[in-house]
Write a protein that binds this ligand. Structure first.
Ligand code: 5GP
Length: 181
Protein backbone atom coordinates (compact mmCIF):
# COMPACT_ATOMS: atom_id res chain seq x y z
CA UNK A 1 0.00 0.00 0.00
CA UNK A 2 1.36 3.36 -0.95
CA UNK A 3 0.89 6.37 1.31
CA UNK A 4 -1.50 9.22 0.66
CA UNK A 5 -0.25 12.58 -0.59
CA UNK A 6 -2.07 15.48 1.07
CA UNK A 7 -1.42 19.09 0.09
CA UNK A 8 -2.32 21.92 2.43
CA UNK A 9 -2.41 25.53 1.20
CA UNK A 10 -3.95 28.83 2.18
CA UNK A 11 -2.95 32.43 2.79
CA UNK A 12 -0.17 33.30 5.26
CA UNK A 13 -1.89 33.74 8.60
CA UNK A 14 -4.65 31.20 7.89
CA UNK A 15 -3.19 29.00 10.63
CA UNK A 16 -2.38 26.14 8.26
CA UNK A 17 1.14 25.62 9.66
CA UNK A 18 0.00 25.31 13.27
CA UNK A 19 -2.71 22.80 12.37
CA UNK A 20 -0.50 20.82 9.99
CA UNK A 21 2.28 20.51 12.60
CA UNK A 22 -0.16 19.23 15.23
CA UNK A 23 -1.70 16.73 12.82
CA UNK A 24 1.72 15.44 11.73
CA UNK A 25 2.64 14.88 15.37
CA UNK A 26 -0.61 13.12 16.17
CA UNK A 27 -0.54 10.82 13.14
CA UNK A 28 3.23 10.30 13.20
CA UNK A 29 3.61 11.67 9.70
CA UNK A 30 7.24 12.50 8.88
CA UNK A 31 8.16 16.15 8.39
CA UNK A 32 8.67 17.17 4.79
CA UNK A 33 11.21 19.94 4.70
CA UNK A 34 11.04 22.33 1.76
CA UNK A 35 13.91 24.28 0.26
CA UNK A 36 13.67 28.06 0.03
CA UNK A 37 15.72 31.10 -0.91
CA UNK A 38 13.90 33.15 1.77
CA UNK A 39 16.13 34.31 4.65
CA UNK A 40 15.56 32.43 7.94
CA UNK A 41 13.30 34.17 10.45
CA UNK A 42 14.38 34.48 14.07
CA UNK A 43 14.60 31.02 15.58
CA UNK A 44 14.31 29.12 12.30
CA UNK A 45 16.85 26.36 11.83
CA UNK A 46 18.37 25.15 8.55
CA UNK A 47 17.42 21.52 7.89
CA UNK A 48 14.52 21.67 10.35
CA UNK A 49 12.22 24.50 9.25
CA UNK A 50 13.55 24.68 5.70
CA UNK A 51 16.69 24.01 3.75
CA UNK A 52 17.79 27.60 3.33
CA UNK A 53 19.55 27.90 -0.02
CA UNK A 54 21.06 30.69 -2.07
CA UNK A 55 19.39 31.48 -5.36
CA UNK A 56 22.30 29.80 -7.15
CA UNK A 57 22.00 26.62 -5.08
CA UNK A 58 18.25 26.53 -5.71
CA UNK A 59 18.68 27.03 -9.45
CA UNK A 60 21.23 24.21 -9.54
CA UNK A 61 18.65 21.86 -8.01
CA UNK A 62 16.08 22.98 -10.60
CA UNK A 63 18.59 22.16 -13.35
CA UNK A 64 19.32 18.75 -11.81
CA UNK A 65 15.58 18.00 -11.73
CA UNK A 66 15.61 17.48 -7.96
CA UNK A 67 12.25 19.16 -7.29
CA UNK A 68 8.83 17.50 -7.20
CA UNK A 69 7.43 21.02 -7.55
CA UNK A 70 8.69 24.55 -6.99
CA UNK A 71 7.28 28.06 -7.27
CA UNK A 72 8.11 31.68 -6.70
CA UNK A 73 6.11 32.85 -3.68
CA UNK A 74 6.19 36.39 -2.25
CA UNK A 75 9.39 37.02 -4.24
CA UNK A 76 11.35 33.93 -3.14
CA UNK A 77 11.71 30.41 -4.46
CA UNK A 78 10.18 27.53 -2.49
CA UNK A 79 10.30 23.88 -3.52
CA UNK A 80 9.57 20.32 -2.43
CA UNK A 81 12.37 17.85 -3.08
CA UNK A 82 11.40 14.72 -5.03
CA UNK A 83 13.24 12.58 -2.50
CA UNK A 84 11.00 13.75 0.36
CA UNK A 85 7.79 12.77 -1.40
CA UNK A 86 8.65 9.66 -3.33
CA UNK A 87 10.62 7.78 -0.65
CA UNK A 88 7.89 8.18 1.97
CA UNK A 89 5.00 7.28 -0.34
CA UNK A 90 6.87 4.15 -1.45
CA UNK A 91 7.32 3.16 2.20
CA UNK A 92 3.56 3.42 2.64
CA UNK A 93 3.79 6.57 4.74
CA UNK A 94 1.37 9.46 4.27
CA UNK A 95 2.95 12.75 3.21
CA UNK A 96 1.59 16.22 3.97
CA UNK A 97 2.99 19.09 1.93
CA UNK A 98 2.31 22.60 3.11
CA UNK A 99 2.86 24.55 -0.07
CA UNK A 100 1.44 27.49 -2.00
CA UNK A 101 -1.41 27.35 -4.52
CA UNK A 102 0.86 27.21 -7.59
CA UNK A 103 2.77 24.25 -6.15
CA UNK A 104 -0.47 22.51 -5.18
CA UNK A 105 -1.74 22.60 -8.75
CA UNK A 106 1.56 21.22 -10.05
CA UNK A 107 1.24 18.33 -7.58
CA UNK A 108 -2.37 17.61 -8.65
CA UNK A 109 -1.28 17.60 -12.26
CA UNK A 110 1.44 15.04 -11.47
CA UNK A 111 -0.56 12.90 -9.13
CA UNK A 112 -4.30 12.86 -9.69
CA UNK A 113 -5.06 11.12 -6.40
CA UNK A 114 -3.31 13.80 -4.32
CA UNK A 115 -5.81 15.39 -1.90
CA UNK A 116 -5.83 19.19 -1.90
CA UNK A 117 -6.96 20.99 1.27
CA UNK A 118 -7.40 24.77 1.41
CA UNK A 119 -7.20 26.67 4.73
CA UNK A 120 -8.74 30.08 5.23
CA UNK A 121 -9.97 32.40 7.96
CA UNK A 122 -13.59 33.59 8.22
CA UNK A 123 -12.65 36.88 6.55
CA UNK A 124 -9.71 39.07 5.57
CA UNK A 125 -9.87 41.13 8.76
CA UNK A 126 -9.10 38.08 10.89
CA UNK A 127 -6.26 37.25 8.52
CA UNK A 128 -4.76 40.73 8.81
CA UNK A 129 -4.96 40.63 12.61
CA UNK A 130 -3.20 37.27 12.70
CA UNK A 131 -0.42 38.47 10.41
CA UNK A 132 0.12 41.56 12.56
CA UNK A 133 -0.08 39.75 15.88
CA UNK A 134 2.57 37.20 15.08
CA UNK A 135 5.09 40.05 14.69
CA UNK A 136 7.42 38.04 12.48
CA UNK A 137 7.24 40.19 9.36
CA UNK A 138 7.84 43.83 8.42
CA UNK A 139 4.96 46.09 7.36
CA UNK A 140 6.09 45.75 3.75
CA UNK A 141 6.00 41.95 3.95
CA UNK A 142 2.57 41.99 5.67
CA UNK A 143 1.14 44.22 2.91
CA UNK A 144 2.52 41.88 0.24
CA UNK A 145 1.13 38.81 2.00
CA UNK A 146 -2.32 40.42 2.29
CA UNK A 147 -2.31 41.34 -1.36
CA UNK A 148 -1.32 37.79 -2.27
CA UNK A 149 -3.99 36.37 0.06
CA UNK A 150 -6.70 37.93 -2.09
CA UNK A 151 -5.25 36.21 -5.16
CA UNK A 152 -4.77 32.91 -3.34
CA UNK A 153 -8.42 32.85 -2.23
CA UNK A 154 -9.44 32.64 -5.88
CA UNK A 155 -7.85 29.18 -6.04
CA UNK A 156 -10.10 27.78 -3.33
CA UNK A 157 -12.48 26.21 -5.86
CA UNK A 158 -9.71 24.07 -7.32
CA UNK A 159 -9.25 22.29 -3.98
CA UNK A 160 -10.92 19.07 -2.86
CA UNK A 161 -11.66 20.39 0.67
CA UNK A 162 -11.85 23.79 2.37
CA UNK A 163 -11.25 24.22 6.11
CA UNK A 164 -12.38 27.51 7.67
CA UNK A 165 -9.94 27.70 10.56
CA UNK A 166 -11.83 29.20 13.50
CA UNK A 167 -10.61 26.80 16.13
CA UNK A 168 -7.34 24.86 16.05
CA UNK A 169 -8.71 21.71 17.66
CA UNK A 170 -11.68 21.51 15.29
CA UNK A 171 -9.49 22.14 12.26
CA UNK A 172 -7.06 19.39 13.38
CA UNK A 173 -9.96 16.95 13.58
CA UNK A 174 -11.24 18.00 10.16
CA UNK A 175 -7.81 17.48 8.61
CA UNK A 176 -7.36 14.11 10.34
CA UNK A 177 -10.76 12.99 9.01
CA UNK A 178 -9.78 13.98 5.48
CA UNK A 179 -6.48 12.08 5.73
CA UNK A 180 -8.20 8.98 7.07
CA UNK A 181 -10.97 8.92 4.44
P1 5GP B 1 6.72 31.20 4.69
O1 5GP B 1 7.69 32.15 4.10
O2 5GP B 1 5.67 31.90 5.49
O3 5GP B 1 7.40 30.08 5.46
O4 5GP B 1 5.96 30.48 3.48
C1 5GP B 1 5.38 31.25 2.47
C2 5GP B 1 4.56 30.39 1.53
O5 5GP B 1 5.37 29.45 0.85
C3 5GP B 1 3.47 29.58 2.24
O6 5GP B 1 2.27 29.70 1.49
C4 5GP B 1 4.00 28.17 2.17
O7 5GP B 1 2.96 27.23 2.17
C5 5GP B 1 4.72 28.20 0.85
N1 5GP B 1 5.69 27.10 0.72
C6 5GP B 1 6.47 26.56 1.70
N2 5GP B 1 7.18 25.55 1.20
C7 5GP B 1 6.85 25.42 -0.11
C8 5GP B 1 7.23 24.52 -1.14
O8 5GP B 1 8.04 23.61 -0.98
N3 5GP B 1 6.67 24.72 -2.37
C9 5GP B 1 5.76 25.70 -2.61
N4 5GP B 1 5.24 25.79 -3.84
N5 5GP B 1 5.36 26.55 -1.66
C10 5GP B 1 5.90 26.41 -0.41
Amino acid sequence: MKGKLVVVSGPSGSGKSTVTKLVKDRLNIPLSISATTRKPRNGEIDGKDYYFLTKEEFQKKIKNDEFYEFANVHGNYYGTLKKTVEENLEKGLNVILEIDVQGALIVKEKKKDAVLVFFKTENLEVLENRLRNRKTDSEEVIELRLKNAKKELEYEKKYDYVIVNKNIEESCNELINIINL
